[in-house]
Design a protein around this ligand. Sequence first.
Ligand code: GLU
Length: 314
Amino acid sequence: MTEAPNPAPNLQETVAAVGREMDAHRGEGKVADYIPALARVDGNRFGMAVITTSGETAEYGDAWMPFSIQSISKVFTLTMALSRIGESLWGRVGREPSGSRFNSIVQLEAEKGVPRNPFINAGAIVVTDAVLAGRTSAEAIADIRDTLRKLADNETIDVDREVASSEAATGFRNYALANFMRGFDNMHSPVEEVLQTYFHQCSLRITCRQLARAGLFLAKEGQDPLTGERILSPEHARRVNAIMMTCGHYDASGEFAFQVGLPGKSGVGGGILTVVPDKAAVAVWSPGLNEVGNSQVGTLALERLAARMGWSVF
Ligand code: GLU
């Protein structure tokens, strides 16, 4: 006798159920406090937004509240750099998980100024240099912001100027990394211009709703499934997803692949963008971070959502 197949899980009900479970965990983790504007964020916030490739949306909690995008911006600058200079980017930055701290300089020396991957800070700074090439930092910042506005279908996305200037005032390690790479001839524009661009991209404010919408093209091989517009070639979109899977969560990237099984990128603002190939994009936000620097409650929410929806790619 054959068993009746389980019915497909209902997205709305699953998002609501996982969200309610997360309410009991609000406040867990430690809010980033390396700059005052991030330290002030209310650690009890939790938001989650899903958008499917057919345009269905499901949200929970503080899905409408803007937060600091931080390292998740690296997904979008990588997309822009691949569009601008294509495969030649891989001569300047690798694609292996690093196993070192996200702002480590030791590995960079051993590898002669070519960072391990585009998501550690050194690699992201090289990617920003590629996005900046041939223009001023003001032009590049406006381009990054406008790209995100277009992808998110929302004109309100903007830079938090206080965060940007605090990032610059405290970004000594990023200055060290960029100057070091300049010494290896892997930084083409002036360091100050590159870093101003980088600090501003990290300081964009975005909501879970907007972030999920902005990442949706990665679920459909680089084509926005709702507008039909091609954002990135299928080959490049696959590479962005591969790097999100292997390098997207600092030193817990293996753990995220193990527990969630989806490409994702986290940031110290407490956000995580996750791609469900052929199905959806998911954004979660909860400011408290675990010891590795990933949103504690956000990660838990993604584990449960992916498990119940049967979304792991493995
Ligand atoms: N603005 C941060 C830095 O470059 C990014 C931190 C992060 O989200 O990893 O130090």
